[in-house]
Write a protein that binds this ligand. Structure first.
Ligand code: AMP
Ligand code: MG
Length: 329
């Protein structure tokens, strides 16, 4: 973070190369897409993705859209079935986001998908976004470039106002054409489902792959749980969690935080030995998964301070620790 506000740069070969270099260095870059301005980071860099959540000051982790140069880049990250390929052929590049199963070897940060086994992918149509993706050569995680709770930015000036001091630079190509966010379709289950209405209409999509689930529910579909009590955007480990742990039992795994770690756990992973909440956020989902597979009976979790990203970390840990109803499958 710098005290001064980032430069607004017209998109040229030089400024786009500089933006790609900033992304490679782990910095955040704001760039135009055809929907709204995005707050971009290297999607494969846990620290850079954590910086997105810190910059937006989001009180919880929700999965981010991964922006890609072309369909081939998407195929490398997620399992695309026939429906996905047909939609990609029709609407990419464009304002359509597809939620698909992550491939085993998918290099995208688990924080970017909030620990889920699925990933939201999109190939944007805006020429500046396309040139940046090509110059960078890697996936870019990018939510809308506004502080949490504020309107999505459709001009570079909006971005500068809200997040100018959190980004290395803002690529300025004037107002965005659509001004609405991308339409999000979940293709990770048997029924294609509208998760978020957006720049591409449900009718246009249904004309290609047939009826979408969730359309009749209207806007509410974007937040409707897939099954009772289970919000689809929430990852939770299989093992029970014990929060605010000061000591640890022999059959527990320990998710530690800070320099003072109680001994005796079956396996310990420290989110941040230095007590840095942004580093802790970067490690959170990957470490929970590793402890989940450690053979322990339970995961003990040390307290994380309620400041900065600590709020989002605690939000996710509390949800994961809450009693969960059992489902038949
Ligand atoms: P934003 O990045 O702020 O434009 O929002 C991204 C949208 O995509 C949100 O509505 C997310 O809930 C949704 N989304 C992203 N990834 C996933 C995923 N893996 N599963 C379900 N929804 C997702
Ligand atoms: Mg947004």
């Amino acid at each position: 973070m710098t005290a001064t506000t980032a430069p607004l740069l017209a998109p040229t070969t030089e400024s786009i190369a500089a933006a790609a270099a900033a992304l490679r260095a782990g910095s955040l870059v704001a760039f135009p897409t055809e929907t709204v301005y995005g707050l971009g980071a290297d999607a494969t860099d846990d620290r850079a993705v954590a910086a997105i959540f810190a910059a937006k000051d989001r009180p919880s982790f929700n999965p981010l859209i991964i922006h890609l140069a072309d369909q081939a880049a998407a195929e490398a990250l997620v399992e695309m079935d026939a429906r996905a390929r047909i939609l990609a052929t029709h609407f990419w590049p464009g304002p359509l986001t597809l939620v698909l199963p992550r491939r085993e070897a998918c290099p995208v940060s688990l924080l970017a998908s909030a620990g889920l086994d699925t990933l939201a992918v999109r190939v944007p149509r805006h020429p500046v976004a396309a040139r940046l993706l090509k110059a960078f050569g890697r996936p870019i995680a990018a939510p809308s470039a506004n502080p949490s709770g504020r309107l999505s930015p459709t001009t570079a000036a909006h971005v500068a106002e809200g997040l100018g001091h959190r980004v290395a630079m803002i690529l300025d190509d004037g107002p965005t054409a659509i001004g609405l966010e991308s339409t999000v379709i979940d293709l990770s289950g048997p029924d294609a489902r509208l998760l978020r209405p957006g720049g591409l209409t449900a009718e246009e999509i249904e004309a290609v792959i047939g009826p979408l689930a969730g359309v009749e529910a209207g806007l509410g579909a974007a937040i409707a749980p897939r099954s009772p009590g289970m919000l689809e955007s929430h990852y939770a480990p299989a093992l029970p969690l014990r929060l605010e742990a000061f000591s640890v039992e022999a059959d527990e795994a320990l998710l530690a935080f800070g320099p003072q770690v109680p001994p005796g756990a079956r396996k310990t992973l420290n989110l941040s030995p230095a007590g840095d909440v942004t580093q802790a956020a970067a490690n959170l989902f990957a470490f929970l998964r590793r402890l989940d597979a450690s053979g322990a009976r339970r995961i003990a979790v040390m307290g994380v301070p309620e400041q900065g990203l600590g709020r989002a970390i605690n939000d996710r840990l509390r949800r994961a620790a809450a009693p969960r109803p059992a489902f038949p499958d």
